[in-house]
Design a protein around this ligand. Structure first.
Ligand code: UD1
Ligand code: MG
Length: 480
């Protein structure tokens, strides 16, 4: 049954989709042992299902149909914005029943059937299956792979080299279990073949399920053009446990690190970096171990990203120094600026060229001008700081007021802010002003002015009435 979509915009059908994908994802994923639906578990930073969907899109598949179990609202929320059509399979009665749930009788053209939990599948893999299927004018093809350990996979049984059947491991004889050519669970078919033969499949097997693999016997018997297309073992890799999930992520991160190294990025230890597929890094930059770079991040040439940095959706220009243990989220750092160690830059912050942000500095929604410095222990929020500004140690903008609103601090070019200053926003400080250390600034400061707002120093002479200990000690010494 097709589930109604929440937003209308995805409803319109693409003109005559030549290729449709049916992605099976109704299985419970019991062995994951987690409350999250299996296909939403992240592989290298994004839901594994998204990898499969994007591979389909990049391979030119226009109509994507996803078969989900009853009540998979979480899956629906994630995939609907991707324009995927959801179909529900009420009871898990087997893979043939799952494909039938996606209403193949309503499809024109060709279909590729995939599993939602095979995250290592690439668009290039899919394209090659599609091309071979078309070139060989096939009616139905199963994608096979040769595995060292065929485990629970269905075995490809051949006679005189020709495909005869797929035997499930549970139903297989000892001889059949020795076959190392397996069914990856990916099929390519003319939609008409699915519509004609799926309803004929019976459930007389060990699991009492409707096996999609039984379509082979039926179509071979009907003298259709049926065969295998060979895929690499990566295509067969399915995630069933948390250990396999971690393995899939590791494979993807290693692939990405290798790709970057091939393009001239220096990666000190490719086993210890976590760079997502979508990230771009220019040649000549160096990435130290234990670095996470996520989402739409882009890093220019000749940058250094030191250990333990966490970078999300951020843009770094050229020659940026990001020192150890810094956390960046949706920020921009312009050329030759240096940030960290231990800096936290929050969304909508822009660090200007050659600026310096030092240790234990937090910024949120800040425009920090070129060559300005905030070297130590500072919080700047909702602020516009000009160029060549010195922000002394311990400076804070008091941006959050008792009315629960945020207010802005503006500081002009060339201004010197002494240490331990508080700016109670809203405030504007002109250019080339000087703020005395320890000031609590509550009023605007004109250009070139000195503003000091602290208690005046008071000296009370002879306030402490004690004997002169130093005198005593020296007396003692001389007495000895
Ligand atoms: C299936 C194949 C096997 C192949 C293996 C590859 C059959 C009978 N066997 O076995 O030959 O080697 O995949 O991984 O097809 N699903 C549903 N609804 C159901 C049953 C399954 O949506 O009623 C989905 C699952 O979520 C999963 C996929 O179909 O994504 C495969 O199902 P699974 O139970 O894992 O099949 P296998 O026993 O692994
Ligand atoms: Mg399986």
């Amino acid at each position: 049954m097709m589930l109604p979509m929440k937003s209308e915009s995805h409803k319109e059908k693409t003109d005559n989709p030549k290729w449709t994908a049916i992605i099976l994802a109704a299985g419970k994923g019991t062995r994951m042992g987690s409350p999250l639906p299996k296909v939403l578990h992240p592989v290298a930073g994004r839901p594994m299902l998204q990898n499969v969907i994007e591979a389909c899109r990049q391979a030119g598949v226009s109509d994507i149909r996803l078969v989900v179990g009853h009540g998979s609202h979480l899956v629906q929320n994630v995939v609907e914005p991707m324009g995927v059509h959801l179909f529900s399979q009420k009871e898990q009665k087997g893979t043939a029943d799952a494909v039938m749930s996606a209403e193949p009788e309503t499809i024109e053209g060709n279909v590729i059937i995939l599993n939602g939990d095979h995250p290592l599948l690439s668009a290039a893999d899919l394209k090659s299956f599609i091309e071979k299927f078309e070139a060989q004018k096939m009616d139905l093809a199963v994608v096979s792979a040769k595995l060292k350990e065929p485990k629970d996979f269905g075995r490809i049984v051949r006679a005189n080299g020709q495909l005869v059947a797929i035997v499930e491991a549970k139903d297989a004889s000892n001889d059949a279990l020795k076959i190392n050519e397996v069914n990856t669970g990916i099929y390519v078919a003319k939609a008409q073949i699915l519509a004609d033969y799926l309803p004929k499949i019976q459930n007389n097997n060990a699991k009492k399920e409707y096996y999609l693999t039984d379509i082979l016997g039926l179509t071979i018997h009907a003298r259709k053009k049926v065969g295998t297309l060979e895929g690499n073992p990566r295509v067969a890799f399915g995630v069933n446990t948390q250990a396999e999930l971690a393995q899939a992520s590791r494979i993807k991160y290693r692939q990405k690190a290798k790709e970057l190294m091939d393009k001239g990025v220096l990666i000190l230890d490719p086993r210890a970096v976590y760079i997502e597929e979508s990230v771009e890094i220019a040649p000549g930059s160096v990435i130290y171990p234990q670095v996470f770079i996520r989402g739409r991040s882009k890093i220019g040439t000749l940058c250094a990203i030191e250990p333990n940095c966490f970078i999300v959706d951020s843009l770094l220009g050229e020659g940026v120094q990001l020192k150890a243990n810094s956390y960046l989220e949706r920020v921009q750092i312009l050329n030759r600026a240096s940030v960290g160690p231990f800096a936290r830059l929050r969304p909508e912050t822009i660090i200007g060229e050659e600026a310096h942000v030092g240790n234990f500095v937090e910024m949120k929604k800040v425009k920090f001008g070129a060559k300005s410095k905030a070297g130590h222990l500072t919080y700047l929020g909702d602020a516009e700081i000009g160029s060549d500004v010195n922000i002394g140690c311990g400076t804070i903008t008091c941006n959050y007021a008792v009315d629960k609103k945020k207010y802005k601090t503006v500081i002009g070019n060339g201004t010197f802010v002494g240490s331990d200053t508080q700016f109670v926003a809203p405030l504007t400080v002109g250019e080339n002003a000087v703020i005395g250390s320890g000031s609590t600034i509550t009023k605007d400061v004109p250009a070139r002015a000195l503003a000091v707002a602290r208690g005046k120093q008071v000296i009370i002479e002879n306030y402490v009435k004690t004997e002169d200990k130093s005198q005593k000690t020296s007396d003692k010494k001389s007495g000895d």
